[in-house]
Design a protein around this ligand. Structure first.
Ligand SMILES: C[S@@+](CC[C@H](N)C(=O)[O-])C[C@H]1O[C@@H](n2cnc3c(N)ncnc32)[C@H](O)[C@@H]1O
Ligand SMILES: [Zn+2]
Length: 271
C-alpha cells in the first residue's frame, strides 16, 4: 500500500524500516515514523512548518480552542465510516486531528503525512495507531486507488494526487478557512482587510472529483491568555507578516476572534 518515493514500487516491512524490490530502503526513525522524502525532492533543507510554529500550534490545539472543529470533522468521518478501511491525513501537522480520527475509526488503518519532520515527530508521540510519514503531498507515497478517505485540515492539497490515491467512491474531507476566519486578528494587523474568496480551492477540480457538500462552522473564540494569543500569531501566516509593534499589542491586549471553518466533502467519481 505504501509505495517507494523513488521508483513507486510497493514498500514492504524490513528489519529496520521499509524497502522496495529495487533495494531502496527507508529507516524507521527512533520516534516511530518513516522518512519517505528523499533529499533530492526537498526544496529546502528543512521544508514545511518549523519547530517554533509546530510547537505553538500544538500548545494552542491542546488548549482545546479548535475542539469544535475537530469534533465536527470526526462526526463527518463517522458518517462515512462503514466504508472506511484506510484513511490518510495530508498535511497532518503535529497530528491533533489525525489522532482524534484514529480514535474515532479504531478498525481502520490510518496514515498521516507532513513535509515537516518536526511536525511528524510530534505526531508519532500522539498516537501509535497511525503510520506517520515525512512526505510531500505533491507525491503521495501510497498506491493508486488505495484510500477510502483523505483528510486535509488548513493545509494545501494537490487535487490530482488526491484523486489518484482515492478508490472510486472514496471521499475527501477538507477543512479550510472561511472568509471571516480570524477576521478580528486580520483587522488589527492590516490597514485594509482583503476579502477572501473561500471557494477558490474547489473551482478547478480534476474531472475525477466532484464536490458533494459544503458546511460551515462559526465560533466566537475568546483568548484571554497572552500565551494563546502569541501561539495563534505564531501558527498563522498573518502572525509572521505582522510588525513587531502589532504583534506586541495583540499579545498584551485581549482578543476575541471569529473562527470560520469551511468543510468541503468531495467524492472520487467511479472510473
Ligand atoms: C497550517 S498547517 C496545518 C497542520 C494540521 N493539519 C493542523 O491543522 O493542525 C499546514 C501544514 O502543511 C504542511 N505542508 C506544507 N507543504 C506541504 C507539502 N508539500 N507536503 C506535505 N505537507 C506540507 C506544513 O508543514 C504544515 O504542517
Ligand atoms: Zn524503490
Amino acid at each position: 500500500m505504501l509505495t517507494c518515493p523513488l521508483c513507486q514500487h510497493p514498500l514492504y516491512p524490513q528489519p529496520q524500516g521499509l524497502g522496495c524490490s529495487n533495494h531502496h530502503h527507508f529507516d524507521r526513525a527512533r520516534q516511530g515514523y518513516y522518512n519517505l522524502l528523499p533529499v533530492q525532492f526537498k526544496r529546502s533543507q528543512d521544508p514545511g512548518d518549523n519547530a517554533a510554529m509546530v510547537e505553538a500550534r500544538q500548545r494552542f490545539l491542546n488548549s482545546g480552542h479548535y475542539q469544535p472543529l475537530a469534533d465536527r470533522l470526526t462526526q463527518l468521518a463517522t458518517g462515512i465510516a462503514p466504508a472506511i478501511s484506510r484513511w490518510l491525513d495530508i498535511g497532518c501537522g503535529e497530528g491533533y486531528y489525525s489522532a482524534r480520527l484514529a480514535t474515532t475509526l479504531p478498525s481502520a488503518q490510518g496514515y498521516a503525512l507532513d513535509i515537516s519532520r518536526e511536525a511528524v515527530k510530534r505526531g508519532a508521540r500522539r498516537s501509535t495507531d497511525i503510520t506517520w510519514l515525512v512526505a510531500s503531498m505533491a507525491r503521495l507515497p501510497v498506491a493508486d486507488a488505495s484510500q477510502d478517505l483523505l483528510i486535509s485540515v488548513f493545509s494545501p492539497i494537490d487535487w490530482q494526487e488526491a484523486a489518484r490515491v482515492l478508490k472510486p467512491g472514496g471521499k475527501i474531507l477538507r477543512l479550510g478557512p472561511g472568509r471571516d476566519h480570524l477576521l478580528e486578528l486580520r483587522q488589527q494587523l492590516y490597514a485594509e482587510v482583503r476579502d477572501y474568496q473561500d471557494d477558490k480551492h474547489i473551482l478547478e477540480l480534476p474531472e475525477t472529483l466532484s464536490a458533494e457538500s459544503v458546511e460551515r462552522i462559526r465560533i466566537s473564540l475568546s483568548l484571554p491568555s497572552p500565551q494563546s494569543r502569541s501561539d495563534l500569531l505564531a501558527m498563522t501566516p498573518h502572525g509572521w507578516r505582522a510588525s513587531a509593534a502589532n504583534r506586541d499589542r495583540i499579545i498584551k491586549d485581549g482578543l476575541t476572534v471569529t473562527i470560520d471553518g469551511r468543510f468541503d466533502c468531495l467524492v472520487r467519481r467511479p472510473a
